[in-house]
Design a protein around this ligand. Structure first.
Ligand SMILES: NC(=O)c1ccc[n+]([C@@H]2O[C@H](COP(=O)([O-])OP(=O)(O)OC[C@H]3O[C@@H](n4cnc5c(N)ncnc54)[C@H](O)[C@@H]3O)[C@@H](O)[C@H]2O)c1
Length: 292
């Protein structure tokens, strides 16, 4: 029995030694690699935690607390054309500004210009976030003490809205509801909403006044009108002060030439300037002139 056992055991042992040697070296190498990976992951995690703490430390003191005499305004879409000019004006007038933008259409260059002009702590912060992410929006409101919101963020091309209506209803109407809910939850009591003349559709009587019936004719105008209705319905039974701006085609740039409209090349074909302006500039319609 012993002999048989030994006999069986020996070859097995003989067979396994060389492999066991390889296994040992292999597993040493593997554990070395795993150790290195763990070290790098731990180091990176520590760095991220340190960075997060240092950035939230420097920003939290200024932006997360109310300060007597300082009005903190959240500018959504502040990397965009109108939002960046509004932020410039607010900063110039000593407001504290937080810009929230997902840079889907905006221009980080505009934010950098503003940061360069107002580098002092507590003047301007930029938060990269999507207003379609309700959790992120709530976190922003929880971590910042806003006094007012100017809500510019939107996709804003009539032609595109007819091709992608759901995108427009989501980005404009649903996101406005998200912002409004966050404002209500965090007791922010002033809202300026950037709506549009497109909510008037094709009025029977000109000129358009605030009494002109709003009958939008495309998803962009309809989405904005719905957002307006949500805001107005809410404001009727709350102490929130709201203002709705329905402006027409905006044009021009800051007189210092630092900011301007810079739509992405693929969006230029959706131009927001009346086709008549291009016709006039090109001289294709006689007698039509552009006055500057
Ligand atoms: N430009 C005009 O002539 C005009 C006229 C009337 C009304 N408006 C309105 O004014 C506002 C600003 O227009 P604009 O011309 O500056 O447009 P814009 O495209 O230059 O700016 C819009 C900004 O909103 C951001 N944004 C879009 N969706 C977002 C999201 N889900 N989360 C976070 N950020 C988001 C974009 O990245 C962009 O920076 C819009 O609400 C538009 O409907 C514009």
């Amino acid at each position: 029995m012993l002999g048989i056992n030994r006999g069986r055991a020996q070859p097995r042992a003989n067979r396994s030694w060389p492999f066991a040697g390889m296994d040992l070296a292999d597993s040493k190498r593997k554990s070395n690699i795993v150790g290195k990976i763990l070290f790098v992951v731990t180091l990176t995690t520590l760095c991220i935690i340190l960075l997060q703490q240092s950035s939230s430390f420097s920003s939290s003191t200024a932006f997360s607390h109310r300060e007597p005499g300082v009005t903190h305004v959240l500018v959504t879409g502040g990397a965009g054309y109108i939002g960046s000019h509004a932020a410039l004006r607010l900063l110039n007038d000593y407001y504290r500004v937080t810009i929230v933008d997902n840079l889907s259409r905006g221009n980080l260059g505009a934010v950098k210009i503003l940061q360069g002009l107002y580098p002092d702590p507590g003047r301007l912060q930029f938060i990269y976030a999507d207003l379609g992410d309700a959790k992120a929006v709530n976190k922003i409101f929880a971590e910042n003490a806003f006094d007012a919101v100017i809500h510019f963020a939107a996709v804003a091309y009539v032609g595109e809205s007819t091709l992608e209506p759901l995108r427009y209803y989501h980005n404009i109407t649903a996101n406005t509801l998200t912002v409004l809910e966050a404002m209500a939850a965090h007791r922010v009591k002033t809202l300026i909403y950037s709506s549009t003349c497109a909510t008037y559709g094709e009025p029977e009587k000109m000129p358009i006044t605030e009494d002109t019936p709003q009958v939008p004719i495309n998803p962009y105008g309809k989405a904005k009108k719905m957002a307006e209705d949500i805001i107005l319905d809410f404001s009727r039974n709350s102490d929130m002060a709201v203002m709705i701006l329905r402006y027409f085609n905006v044009i021009g740039s800051d007189p210092g030439g630092r900011l301007g409209e810079a739509p992405r090349p693929e969006l230029r074909e959706h131009g927001r300037i009346s086709g008549a302006c291009f016709d006039a500039a090109a001289g294709t319609i006689s007698g039509l002139k552009v006055h500057i």
